[in-house]
Write a protein that binds this ligand. Structure first.
Ligand code: IFM
Length: 453
């Protein structure tokens, strides 16, 4: 096994390291300075949908603590920061007028990162669609494709010259399926046909926005972020193996095949039957725009059983607080499968991390050895994939700090920095100190590489 001493040696000096967050999960200030309502603001107000009945009104109060949070990011020694723009903060109704104060916030954020030597990786859609667009049908309507493209161009015009990367969407599967089929995320709908139409519009809007951004001369690298889990059969039976292939086609390839091959996987298309989306001529060509990078969010594997949903406790592997199996090898397998199936652009792990109990010790520290182990083994899994030829470009921890974990509220903590929600005090957990020391070793190596030239 790769030791801590050796881990940084597995990565070339140019490999980039970062931490990630999203607007709704940390900003708060949900009605301030002209911000419009998002579908998550609205969803949280429904009784019973958020485990602890909380919302994003205050969250980590990042909106009011921007400078000290940027100092915190810099202190970790990372190269880049992945964040998202709240669409309704900059364009309250999702069309028409822009909100100058909201744009100013992101301008300060981007300039503050650059001043601290950090590269801004901006995500346009991390789920908080303006509620005004939802009233007109949201992602289920074709209109949203044009609105999203206008929004992308507005951000490009204002911030584009200073961004290292622009991601169109974060995890389209989650928006489509958890938001529109299972109804456990905003906007809380339960209709598979609608969900698949939403997925199609997310992909088309990705392609349309990418094309428009390139047309506008964007200098940032452009890509998309997918949540992917490799599918394994629960047993060696033919039935379970067939289920794993089908689950993979419906969960992963439904997104990656259109992006890289310009078509939906046939077996998933057949299985979805009458629920498949309506398409327009040219849609698949639009979706298959050249990507500068693919972002992969990895947390766990998927076990496929012909008997029905798999109970993760059956595997005997340690689980995170989300009940997700800890299986680092799955990350290597996933990356190798992607490398085998497609000609990949640069690949970033745009999210990876775990929720753990995180008790605050009597010494005022958080000894989250379980999270440090999780990060170490998954980073080693990335190194394994890279050695096997996968074009890995960077790795980002989810998350910089504890935050609003959607339907789980604030009870599940993913941060490497602890947030005391009473006082908003930030405290580095042991995992943050470990990550920082890994990056110090990386820096030492980079400095030596420059010295040797
Ligand atoms: O917190 C989320 C994030 O917003 C998207 N990816 C998964 C994370 C953990 O559930």
């Amino acid at each position: 096994m790769t030791s801590d001493q050796d881990l940084h040696l597995q990565f070339p000096p140019a490999f980039e390291w970062g931490v990630a967050t999203s607007a709704f999960q940390i900003e708060g200030a949900s009605t301030e300075d002209g911000k419009g309502e998002s579908i998550w603001d609205r969803f949280c107000r429904q009784p019973g949908v958020i485990a602890d009945a909380s919302n994003g009104d205050v969250a980590c109060d990042h909106y009011h603590r921007l400078d000290s949070d940027l100092d915190l990011i810099q202190a970790l020694g990372v190269d880049l920061y992945r964040f998202s723009v709240s669409w309704p903060r900059v364009q309250p109704l999702g069309s028409g007028a822009w909100n100058e104060v909201g744009l100013g916030f992101y301008e300060r954020l981007v300039d503050g990162l650059l001043a601290r030597g950090l590269r801004p990786h901006l995500t346009l859609n991390h789920w908080d669609l303006p509620q005004a667009l939802q009233e007109r049908g949201g992602w289920a309507t074709r209109e949203v494709v044009d609105r999203f493209t206008d929004y992308a161009l507005g951000i490009q015009q204002r911030l584009g010259d200073r961004l290292a990367a622009i991601t169109t969407h974060n995890e389209p599967w989650v928006v489509a399926m958890l938001g529109h089929e299972q109804g456990i995320f905003a906007p809380g709908l339960r209709d598979r046909k609608v969900a698949l139409q939403v997925a199609h519009h997310l992909l088309v809007s990705h392609g349309m926005a990418l094309k428009a951004l390139r047309g506008a001369g964007a200098s940032a690298r452009l890509g998309i972020v997918l949540n992917l889990a490799p599918a394994y059969p629960a047993t060696d039976s033919e039935a379970d193996r067939a289920r794993a292939r089908l689950d993979d086609a419906k969960g992963r390839r439904w997104y990656t095949d259109p992006l890289f091959l310009g078509r939906y996987p046939q077996e998933a298309w057949n299985d979805f039957g009458g629920d498949v989306p309506q398409m327009r001529e040219g849609d698949m060509d639009l979706i298959r725009q050249p990507l500068d990078y693919l972002g992969v969010n990895y947390y766990t594997r998927h076990m496929a059983s012909a008997q029905g949903p798999w109970d993760t406790r059956r595997s005997g592997l340690p689980l995170t607080e989300m009940g997700w199996e800890i299986y680092a090898r799955g990350l290597t397998d996933l990356l190798l499968t992607l490398h085998h199936d497609y000609t990949l652009p640069d690949v970033y792990i745009t999210e990876n991390g775990g929720a753990f109990p995180d008790a605050l010790g009597p010494d005022g520290a958080i000894h989250d050895a379980d999270r440090t182990d999780y990060l170490r083994t998954h980073i080693a899994a990335v190194a394994d994939a890279m050695r096997a030829g996968v074009p890995m470009a960077g790795y980002m921890v989810w998350s910089l700090m504890d935050n609003f974990e959607w339907a789980s509220g604030y009870a599940k903590r993913f941060g490497i920095v602890h947030v005391d929600y009473e006082t908003q005090q930030r405290r580095l957990k042991d995992s943050a100190r470990w990550y920082r020391s890994l990056l110090e070793q990386v820096r030492g190596r980079r400095a030596r590489a420059v010295g040797e030239r």
